[in-house]
Design a protein. Structure first.
Length: 134
């Protein structure tokens, strides 16, 4: 009985490790930008995210409960590093372009977008964030 429990526990830990590693591989491949938001006492907090271009603007995608999204709502002045270029922006939630941004994310990131969506939930409630230059 104890041996069976150890095998089950080992299998569950191995499965958790596979999911964690595969999630990291999926989320860190393709183009990844670094968003800097203001944390507690204006301490900079960096978050690695995917980005797409749509109608001349850059868009990120947030979920309602995400920490970086909450910080962005509290202080929309942010910085974004895309490649070697660092720029200052005002982050503007833009739910009216959700379908277009979701389609572009799927087109650009492919299986990774599907996999991460499967892990974190449906993208139908995702919040596109437009980056307006400051």
């Amino acid at each position: 009985m104890l041996k069976t429990a150890a095998w089950i526990l080992g299998g569950l830990l191995a499965l958790a490790a596979v999911v964690f590693v595969s999630q990291m591989v999926a989320s860190e491949t393709g183009e990844v930008v670094v968003l800097t938001t203001a944390g507690a006492e204006s301490t900079p907090v960096e978050t690695r995210l995917w980005v797409v271009d749509f109608e001349g603007s850059q868009y990120l995608r947030a979920s309602e409960g995400s920490g970086w999204y909450g910080r962005l709502l509290a202080e929309p002045s942010v910085e974004l590093a895309r490649g070697e270029k660092y720029s200052a922006y005002i982050a503007v939630p833009s739910p009216d372009v959700r379908d277009a941004v979701n389609d572009l994310m799927l087109e650009k990131y492919g299986w990774r977008d599907v996999y991460i969506g499967w892990l974190v939930g449906d993208r139908d409630d995702a919040i596109p964030i437009r980056m307006d230059a400051r």
